[in-house]
Design a protein around this ligand. Structure first.
Ligand code: GLV
Ligand code: MN
Ligand code: MN
Length: 490
């Protein structure tokens, strides 16, 4: 089998996969809204906008769905277009000039007194997973719009020293096409033209989806989306943590120091289709049973890499600690023809593999591939593994992170009832989840702020953020703008 490499977000050469193989192969958040504990300053309009209106908008967006009874918005789906239009209207309400670019990203910009200065970009994504929570992506977009709206309402928008632009990216989750960051990668200039030809499981391509929505979908139109790095000062993103650390530490906000690298693979296992009642067990070439074995192999490998990789002082050329945070997931599986009385002819499944260390991630993939090949050979099935997405781990900019930390500390200082708890340093975390920041790091320096969520739950309708924490996030962003982007510090 051949492992294919579509396109990468990294510059470092990938290891080893050129070999042709036949594998192919603390504080509980409770359930309340948590309102009433924040002192936003003398002007109560801040709380109205940063907390109450922001929360209301998050709820409004959560109702815009392609799914019936659950939240789903994939790249340029009908619900995504409706959500984009609503976001556009909120950007206009915040005094921003708006447009939608040829990849469906929604932009709102204020030019400032120095329209030619490098711009600060602030963003997150408007697409969702299937049966999503309402804060993932949305929270970052809404907080950015709210912070700028406060500047507008207080007559400060014109005092920004550089243009500030909010971007709601059209695709971060990669649910439909398995390639994440279609929107932000295009802006960062790392989306190859070949991305237009990627197809979803029904054979519909990115190009077709763009055209259906009246976008040009040509090489030239993709080029138009790309930003000149010289025109950009930096990128910041606010996002729910999607993990339990902030909650356990009792902090509403944390600063991100880096994001784990990730790979998505599509595995196709082909066997011999047959009658469930007549083919003796010993004569079967069953791709379903083979897939089950491959999936268990993957789980064991990521749970106990030490049982598979040889450690001396070092493990495969990288320190053992670099396997910390290694996670592997099979989230999607399908079989053909998918009938209870038919031995399947083919099984397809996805693998999502993440690690903080890129070398470790590559080593795990190689180990999986080699062992998977052996399983497929033993079971006489044909396996192919196709790499659909690759994003290297990224580091956040230290200075930007310090500025965000300072802003977060100022914002939390306003949280009267809990202020005493926040005397220590704002927590600094790694992100296991992927973010548009990963793509944007190829364009400019990045910084991220995390907002705690209940139980660390995300990619689930149970995702929950306290209203006050939404307000604290908006206030931290406002503080960041006031401290770093204004002519006069207020
Ligand atoms: C995005 O949410 C990802 O990390 O998959
Ligand atoms: Mn997500
Ligand atoms: Mn997200």
């Amino acid at each position: 089998m051949a492992i294919s490499f579509p396109w990468f977000y990294g510059s470092k050469p990938l290891l080893l996969f050129h070999v042709s193989i036949l594998l192919i192969s603390g504080l509980s958040l409770g359930t309340g809204t948590g309102t009433g504990t924040v002192d936003y300053g003398s002007d109560e309009v801040f709380a109205d906008v940063l907390r109450d209106e922001a929360v209301d908008r998050i709820h409004q967006l959560s109702k815009i769905s392609d799914g019936d009874g659950y939240l789903e918005r994939t790249f340029l789906s009908p619900a995504s277009i409706r959500a984009a239009n609503l976001i556009l209207s909120w950007m206009q309400d915040a005094g921003l000039r708006t447009w939608v670019d040829p990849m469906g990203n929604v932009h709102g910009r204020t030019e400032s007194v120095n329209p030619t200065a490098e711009a600060l970009l602030i963003g997150s994504h408007l697409d969702t997973v299937i049966d999503a929570g309402m804060y993932d992506g949305t929270l970052g977009i809404i907080c950015a719009i709210s912070a700028l709206k406060v500047l507008k309402n207080t007559g400060k928008l014109d005092e920004l020293v550089r243009p500030v632009e909010v971007i709601a990216f059209s695709d971060e989750e990669g649910v439909r096409f398995q390639t994440t960051f279609l929107g932000s990668a295009a802006i960062a200039g790392i989306l190859p033209e070949s991305a237009l030809k990627i197809s979803d499981k029904n054979g519909v391509t990115v190009e077709e989806v763009l055209k259906e929505n009246s976008f040009e979908a040509t090489e030239e139109s993709l080029t138009q989306v790309k930003y000149d790095p010289k025109s950009v000062w930096g990128y910041i993103e606010l996002h729910i943590e999607q993990g339990p650390l902030l909650e356990s530490l009792g902090y509403p906000l944390g600063v991100v120091k880096g994001i784990a690298g990730q790979t998505r693979l599509k595995v196709i296992v082909r066997g011999s289709q047959g009658h469930a009642g007549t083919v003796p067990m010993f004569m079967r070439q069953d791709p379903m049973a083979a897939s089950a074995e491959l999936i268990i192999l993957l789980e064991s490998l990521c749970k106990h890499p030490e049982n598979f990789l040889t450690y001396d002082e070092k493990c495969g050329g990288f320190p053992k600690e670099s396997l910390t945070g290694l996670v592997c997931t099979v989230g999607e599986i399908s079989s053909w023809p998918s009938a209870s009385n038919v031995i399947p002819g083919q099984v397809n499944f996805t693998i999502d593999l993440r690690a903080i260390d890129d070398m470790a991630r590559e080593a795990i993939m190689l180990e999986f591939s080699n062992r998977a090949q052996q399983i497929c050979n033993k079971r006489m099935v044909n396996c192919t593994i196709d790499r659909k997405h690759n994003a290297e781990a990224v580091k956040c900019d230290p200075l930007l992170s310090e500025q965000l930390k300072y802003a977060a500390r100022s914002a939390l200082g306003k949280m009267s009832t809990e202020a005493a708890n926040y005397q220590h340093e704002i927590p600094v975390l790694m992100s296991g989840a992927g973010h548009d920041s990963m793509a944007m790091s190829h364009l400019t320096k990045i910084g991220m702020l995390f907002i705690r969520c209940r139980g660390g739950v995300s990619h689930s309708p149970d995702e929950f953020v306290l209203d006050d924490d939404v307000g604290a996030a908006g206030l931290a962003l406002l503080k960041f703008l006031q401290n770093n982007m204004m002519i006069s510090v207020t």
